[in-house]
Design a protein around this ligand. Structure first.
Ligand code: SF4
Length: 272
């Protein structure tokens, strides 16, 4: 597809997806991805990168896609992002990189998020999503990461790449935080989240689940007895905003956060 419009995302037909909870969007095929990537102007001053919070070299990875060099595209993305399959799905690209893409001035921006997702999914399907980074000397310094949500996963991955000995502590039985309990399966499949977490394990991140920091270990114990030299605390922003309307304290009235937390771990709504 050329001109000002982006390639549409293939998705389950409405009459099919209304009978299942599987992911609605199906992802670009290689042919669509290459076609979409060829829309990119490879700008000398890439506005898209200024909109990316982690400063991925967007033109470079898109150029690699346009030349069908999908492995190279993944390596470029993974220099800056540890979670491309997740970010390609749930990052608000429309307010970040795509919002400032120059093609958006007269038409639709390059579908940067869809291309990021394609690159990650294609590599996963081919079993080639473990990117080798240059061997960094181990620093022999232990860092604790408290929490298993996106900021902690990012922090843990980046520190591991820098040579730190990272242990991530998650209170629940699986890491992922809001990615696991806050986003429904049809929007972000949980096996995608867990697979991407496994990539962090392959980078050397140790993950300890069912550990409640403050109870299982205190911060003081981590520092003074367990040998950690630094602690990153990313326990999330889970407090809901209430509307202050009559009835919101009644039984069976839940905040969105609580509802999603109850419904997501195993797909069943759990009533106390
Ligand atoms: S701003 Fe848009 S067209 Fe320019 S390099 Fe970035 S993605 Fe490509």
């Amino acid at each position: 597809m050329r001109g000002g419009m982006r390639n549409p995302m293939p998705e389950q037909p409405a009459d099919v997806r209304n009978k299942n909870f599987e992911e609605v969007t199906l992802g670009y095929t290689p042919e669509i991805a290459v076609d979409e990537a060829q829309r990119c102007l490879n700008c000398k001053v890439p506005r898209c990168m200024t909109g990316c919070p982690v400063n991925i070299d967007i033109p470079q990875f898109i150029h690699a896609v346009s030349e069908k060099k999908f492995d190279e595209a993944l390596s470029i993305i993974k220099q800056k992002s540890n979670l491309p399959a997740i970010c390609g799905r749930v990052c608000p690209q429309e307010n970040q990189c795509e919002k400032v893409c120059v093609l958006g001035i007269k038409g639709e921006p390059v579908a940067i998020g869809r291309l990021e997702r394609f690159v990650a999914d294609h590599a996963r399907a081919a079993g080639k999503d473990v990117v080798k980074f240059a061997d960094v000397p181990k620093k022999g310094i232990k860092v604790a990461v408290v929490g298993g949500g996106p900021s902690c996963l990012t922090c843990a991955g980046d520190l591991a790449k820098m040579g730190y000995d990272v242990t991530l502590f998650e209170a629940l039985h699986k890491a992922g935080g809001v990615l696991m309990y806050g986003i429904p399966e049809f929007r972000l499949p949980k096996d995608i989240v867990q697979h991407e977490i496994q990539q962090l394990v392959s980078l050397g991140v140790h993950i300890m689940t069912d550990v409640v920091i403050g109870r299982t270990f205190t911060l003081h114990e981590l520092l003074n007895e367990e040998g950690f030299k630094a602690i990153y605390v990313g326990t999330g922003a889970g407090l809901p905003h209430f509307l202050h309307i009559p009835g919101e304290n009644l039984n069976a009235v839940y905040s969105a956060n609580e509802f999603l937390t109850r419904v997501n771990p195993d797909g069943r709504f759990q009533i106390p």
